[in-house]
Design a protein around this ligand. Sequence first.
Ligand code: TPP
Ligand code: SF4
Length: 280
Amino acid sequence: MKSEELNTSVFPTWCPGCGDYGIWAALKKALSKLDTPIENVVIVYGIGCSGNMASFVKVYGVHGLHGRAIPVAEGIKLANKKLKVIVVGGDGDLLGEGVAHLVAASRSNPDITVILHNNQIYGLTTGQSSPISLKGSKSKTYPMGTPDEPLNPVQLALTLGASQVMRGFAGDIEHLTTLISDAINHEGFSLVEVLQPCVTFNKINTYAWFRERIKKLEQPERSRLEALKKGVWTNQQIMIGEFFRESKPVLGYSYGVLERKNLLELKRKREMNKLFESFR
Ligand SMILES: Cc1ncc(C[n+]2csc(CCOP(=O)(O)OP(=O)(O)O)c2C)c(N)n1
Ligand code: SF4
């Protein structure tokens, strides 16, 4: 399938030059290369400009609540294991309101892929600091400068045991396509943080700013500790690529749910009326 066939009749409303276009293109290219039939792909979207992608990709989609895309995706995967399940969310969504779910998923290894659009700002609500905004950067919420240390999603996921951790750049579609398709094919939890300029509200972390600092990893590191060291942001260097990958038990398989059958196929054995009676 050609990636253009994944377009809908709605053309994106993102600002011209927004990094979301690059991620959209890379995701469609990755999907078009999949061995899995496209009707077996479900994308769960968060809120924000990134979440608006729900209208622009012709696969099954769920537009979730703020921060709640990951548990919805996990539920879909547990109910029907033949589906490839992907989450698309912003840094505000996945690291603010939704951070507990990112933490839990990194630890429990559901077989889903999370694509985290990192523009270091709340785009759709016009430029408030996100948990990942650089310390000292000025925003509508912090006109005197953001006081908090920024979260680093790659390091967070690595520390918590995530089985595959990657970082890409919206300005390098070819490289990002490879990362996303590897992540979708990985059995277990994959985090793909994508450096995504917000050309309208983030005047610091621009394409040029990233291009001056980005360096590519040749290959994944052998140990989490080495990967953690590579994941750090310095003012001189930000590494992109696959930081770490390991094979480990997947959520659902470890307690036999996915091994037996799809939950969808399991017959309802419970008598609901009896259950309700027991609470009377
Ligand atoms: C419970 C709740 N609180 C607040 C909002 C308002 N809201 C809509 S978009 C958004 C910020 C999104 O920022 P981010 O996730 O970084 O995505 P971006 O727009 O930058 O892609 C917020 C707070 C909401 N939709 N739901
Ligand atoms: S506000 Fe920022 S993130 Fe949203 S569409 Fe415009 S450039 Fe993209």
